[in-house]
Design a protein around this ligand. Structure first.
Ligand code: SAM
Length: 224
């Protein structure tokens, strides 16, 4: 039976890769990845030489069929994304869903756990995390108002992802809708400019404005 390994990779700091991730990557017939250039860098950092196959948000049915054929042919594959745990707000989720539907019991899907921005942010947030709601990225247009309204009405901790380009806009919306809610905004986790901002949305905005706003962000909204 072929195996598809779902492998978590670092979210910044390469030392966070696990031994098991490295040995598994070195053992498979091919690695499915979001951006072949990003994964090539990771593999070369560990002197692993394995063919890569791109699988990203715009990949269509033809790419899925190619992956199905490889697995039908008995090849063992690994799935990684650009950073973190595949399937958590990235294209990996859709592929796993399609392959599980196609193969059912005929495919072994094995997780190789490791870094995930969501869990890393929660680990330092200092807010209740025995129950939380994870919402991925805020929609850019349609559904944006209801996204923030849902956060305002949720009684437990809420976590979501945001990019450099939209972080100030998003903090602006949080400031106007829930000015009192404490936030923990985690920037560039595990990287050189890792910074954890704590305070209301307005306070975090002020702190961010006093520095360079570049980076990747996880926003943790504490319960009231
Ligand atoms: N699957 C990934 C995971 O396990 O976290 C997340 C993929 S999602 C496409 C990418 C988003 O995760 C970024 O836009 C950012 O919001 C968050 N992220 C990833 N790495 C991060 C880091 N080092 N620091 C803060 N946020 C990060």
């Amino acid at each position: 039976m072929p195996t598809l390994f779902i492998i978590a990779t670092p979210i910044g700091n390469l030392s966070d890769v696990s031994e098991r991730a490295k040995t598994t990557l070195a053992s498979v017939d091919a690695v499915l990845c979001e951006d072949t250039r990003v994964t090539a860098k990771l593999l070369s950092a560990f002197a692993i030489s394995v063919p890569t196959i791109s699988y990203h948000q715009h990949s269509g049915e033809a790419k899925t069929s190619k992956i199905v054929d490889l697995l039908e042919g008995g090849k063992n594959l690994a799935l990684v994304t650009d950073a973190g745990t595949p399937g958590i707000s990235d294209p990996g989720g859709r592929l796993i869903e399609e392959l599980v539907r196609h193969f059912g019991e005929r495919l072994t899907v094995t997780p190789i756990p490791g870094p995930c921005a969501l869990a890393t942010a929660l680990s330092v947030a200092g807010v209740p995390a025995d129950e939380f709601l994870f919402l991925g990225f805020p929609p850019h247009k349609k559904g944006r108002q209801s996204f923030f309204e849902r956060i305002r009405l949720t009684p437990c901790t809420v976590v979501f992802y945001e990019s450099t380009h939209r972080i100030l806009k998003t903090l602006g919306e949080l400031t106007s809708r829930m000015p009192e809610r404490p936030l923990v905004v985690c920037r560039e986790l595990t990287k050189l400019y890792e910074t954890i901002y704590r305070g209301s949305a307005a306070q975090v905005t002020e702190q961010l404005n006093s520095t360079s706003i570049k980076g990747e962000f996880v926003i943790v909204v504490a319960p009231l």
